[in-house]
Write a protein that binds this ligand. Structure first.
Ligand SMILES: Nc1nc2c(ncn2[C@@H]2O[C@H](COP(=O)(O)OP(=O)(O)OP(=O)(O)O)[C@@H](O)[C@H]2O)c(=O)[nH]1
Ligand SMILES: [Mg+2]
Length: 445
């Protein structure tokens, strides 16, 4: 059962950075004013937050796409645009994070409140105020914001049972798991229907789920190997509460009190703390039982030393299941509360490892055929140069001039020149095509 793994694939997109703004401040006695367009705000991050109290990834069946807010555009008066809101996704402690495509392990969240930034928001673009220099006193251009990162990640969580189901064969353990979770264990009227442990996830509320383990029935002498033995109890060693299922419809033919004591003895014989776990008792099959007879069963159970809370239910019809499972959940919740020390310093924030930087690469010339237009094509790629392109408003002549200067600074024009680029050739940077202009005049600027 240690191999039970829950998984979920999430698609996340961080917020885009806001664009910078072009603005000229006007004053009564200074008709020309000064550039005062502010920077765009940062886009929000998408952050996974390890959360105590979550046992599974079941919530992501209902929602698996998450976006953070985009930054606002810059304002006048050098006002920076508002940053986009971060999106925080609650995930269970113990959750491993993988790149969905490459299967690379990004990291693991091991402690409550630990954070993992899975997609970083885009930077805001600079407003025209940020481009003022002694030779460029009234810049009429600004930068565009950077798009936020996008990622497809796979979360994996090894499921550990919180609640264990115990009882004789046919008590209705698997029937209970079927109604309390989405798991579909086999249910049948013969003993030892369940041959392997089965896990199901019970949803107690938003961000709150519990793993329930259904194991094969125990019988008298299980600890000596009778029936299927008691080896399956090892799967309950890490649970925090037990639900003890009792068939009370057997009253005519059997003795639920004796059944109860049999299971208690087996738990004690097994040891390892199972008999000391908090438990609740499910008096099952009420739909075919007599209330007054069950009153007597309860009384006898008390006399026999049972101090656990008892609940009447019918796992078959679903009646009374919630109060029973809810009581077990309260025990787990109560024990879990000690696991998070509020004083403990929150663990350090982690980031998705950045992909290896792509250096500047200039390729070409490639001769263009007539269809694509005559001339030569040069292909330029690299993180930095593509970033510069994305941030440029290509419809603004001043912005283009500034772009040209950045291409000079990055060494792109030298590399193009060395490869024989001439006026009029096509230069493709990322997915944008530009016409090559001799760098000479930009250098003279
Ligand atoms: N009438 C009635 N029948 C029930 C109820 N719960 C379970 N049963 C029946 O009891 C039989 C045994 O139920 P299971 O859920 O398979 O019992 P189990 O405890 O998992 O049994 P093992 O896997 O053999 O240990 C099945 O025929 C169920 O349909 C109930 O509340 N009412
Ligand atoms: Mg079963």
């Amino acid at each position: 059962m240690s191999d039970f793994v829950d998984e979920a694939v999430l698609h996340v997109k961080a917020g885009d950075g806001g664009d910078g703004t072009v603005s000229l401040h006007r004053e009564k006695y200074n008709p020309k004013g000064g550039p005062d367009g502010g920077d765009g705000g940062r886009g929000g991050d998408v952050i996974l937050v390890a959360t105590a109290g979550m046992s599974s990834l079941i919530d992501f069946r209902y929602r698996s796409t998450f976006k953070a807010g985009s930054g606002d555009a810059g304002g006048t008066n050098r006002r920076t645009g508002r940053s986009g809101r971060d999106t925080r996704i609650k995930v269970p402690v113990g959750c491993a994070i993988y790149d969905e495509e490459s299967r690379e392990l990004y990291g693991e969240l091991v402690a409550p409140r630990q954070e993992f930034v899975i997609a970083v928001g885009g930077e805001g673009g600079r407003g025209n105020a940020g481009f003022t220099t002694s030779t460029r006193q009234t810049p009429q251009f600004c930068e565009r914001g950077e798009p936020g990162e996008e990622a497809r990640i796979r979360l994996e969580l090894k499921l550990l049972a919180d609640i264990g189901l115990v009882g004789l064969p046919n008590a209705g353990k698997s029937s209970l798991l079927r109604v309390a979770s989405a798991a579909k264990p086999k249910v049948a009227s013969y003993p030892f229907t369940t041959l392997q442990p089965i896990l199901g996830v019970y949803r107690a509320g938003e961000d709150e789920s519990y793993v329930i383990a259904d194991i094969p029935g125990l019988i008298e002498g299980a600890h000596e190997g009778v029936g299927l033995g008691d080896g399956f109890l090892k799967h309950l060693e890490r649970t925090r509460a037990l639900i003890h299922m009792l068939d009370v419809s057997l009253i005519e033919r059997g003795d639920p009190v004796a059944d109860y004591l049999t299971i208690r003895r087996e738990l004690e014989a097994y040891g390892r703390g199972l008999a000391e776990l908090p438990a609740v008792v499910g008096l099952n099959k009420m739909d075919i039982s007599d209330d007054e007879v069950v009153d007597l069963v309860e009384e006898e159970l008390r006399k026999a030393g049972c101090e656990f809370e008892m609940f009447r239910l019918s796992a078959g019809t679903g009646q009374g299941v919630e109060p029973l499972v809810g009581a077990a959940v309260r025990h787990v919740r109560y024990l879990r509360r000690d696991e998070v020390d509020p004083e403990e310093e929150a663990p350090k924030r982690q980031y998705r490892p950045a992909p290896a930087p792509r250096p500047l690469v200039v390729e070409g010339p490639i001769e263009l055929t007539d269809e694509e237009g005559a001339g030569l094509l040069f292909q330029v790629s690299g993180d930095e140069v593509e970033r510069v392109m994305r941030r440029t408003h290509l419809n603004n002549p001043e912005a283009i001039l500034y772009l040209h200067r950045q291409l000079v600074d990055l060494g792109v024009l030298d590399r193009l020149e060395a490869r024989g680029a001439r006026e009029g050739d096509t230069v493709r940077i990322g997915d944008v095509e530009l016409e090559y202009i001799d760098s000479a005049y930009v250098r003279e600027e």
